[in-house]
Design a protein around this ligand. Sequence first.
Ligand SMILES: NC(=O)c1ccc[n+]([C@@H]2O[C@H](COP(=O)([O-])OP(=O)(O)OC[C@H]3O[C@@H](n4cnc5c(N)ncnc54)[C@H](OP(=O)(O)O)[C@@H]3O)[C@@H](O)[C@H]2O)c1
Length: 388
Amino acid sequence: MALQAALLPSTLSVPKKGNLAAVVKDTAAFLSVPQKKLLQVPSLSVRAQAVATAPVATPGASTATKDGKKTLRQGVVVITGASSGLGLAAAKALAETGKWHVVMACRDFLKTAKAAKGAGMAEGSYTIMHLDLASLDSVRQFVDNFRRAGMPLDSLVCNAAIYRPTARTPTFTADGYEMSVGVNHLGHFLLARLLLDDLQKSDYPSRRLIILGSITGNTNTLAGNIPPKAGLGDLRGLAGGLRGQNGSAMIDGSESFDGAKAYKDSKICNMLTMQELHRRYHEETGITFASLYPGCIATTGLFREHIPLFRLLFPPFQKFITKGFVSEAESGKRLAQVVSDPSLTKSGVYWSWNKDSASFENQLSQEASDPEKARKLWEISEKLVGLA
Ligand SMILES: NC(=O)c1ccc[n+]([C@@H]2O[C@H](COP(=O)([O-])OP(=O)(O)OC[C@H]3O[C@@H](n4cnc5c(N)ncnc54)[C@H](OP(=O)(O)O)[C@@H]3O)[C@@H](O)[C@H]2O)c1
């Protein structure tokens, strides 16, 4: 079943036409403007069936060697959307250290298997499990499958996303929610909430839950001020279920749909959710909650729905004009750092990097750090994903 599901094509819409003005606008919108062995997981063959094998006993986080020295077991990190771009680069960077076993949580099994091989990831250093964030049932099924596999969970990275910059009509998830917010926020919201228990059970010294943010959702940046600006309003569209028929498909309740804004709004949700998780759970659990802006990775599949001219011009524009370009490999190292660097244990932080690739705590916009909005978003999201 899982393998069959993994073979199903995804439900993305067809790109729409665009014009040069849109190219320039969206290019600007992605400007990088910094501110201020455990567990040797058995049978890690890249087969969906491996997910259903007998559970593995989880030893303590460290084991004593013959000479009495303690060694830390291999950590297990789940990365959503690891079939391309940032997720794949981070999966590779972490797996290569030998310190991490990577669970690649992806909607397209064969694409992911090919991508892992193509990236040179060693067999046995990763497991692929099916996850389609556009279906809340699939999220629950993934959590079941992960638990059946008997692995501990030491780190979770909510990385997958879709971006529909030219879309003027909404598409919907299996549960009937507008796709960008449904995948980028609601799917991850349910996943994070369900896997919190597993993170809590882990005996790994530093357990982390990371949700990808973006500069484009932060209106305190130049890029964040390029229209359409992100803005959740009073969340009336979300409260109405983002259905788009008798209500609005936009979080703020707008009548007209704007795919670029829907993506930016979903990114505010990601950053608010990270902070609300921090407020509710950090002290009690010790889990580190963090978000990050990895830089402008102009070559990833995120821009696949953009018009061809944009896709052609965007990478050289970022490399030679703004100089904000970050390679997939470099961005992967950045995300890997947030997963595993012993110095990045601070919770509630939104990480960014300067030109020398040194990490720093960045400021979020007023809206992306509004605790009251975060609380309200949490409560509505709980209802939409069936947790309340
Ligand atoms: N690129 C940038 O400049 C940039 C800047 C700031 C933040 N980010 C953030 O970085 C993250 C990764 O983006 P990227 O640039 O690496 O884009 P990408 O290459 O397009 O990767 C996105 C991943 O999400 C997966 N995905 C999409 N819909 C899914 C679904 N319904 N269920 C499960 N997985 C799904 C894709 O799977 P398929 O391979 O099956 O399509 C792909 O693996 C995103 O959160 C994005 O917002 C990117």
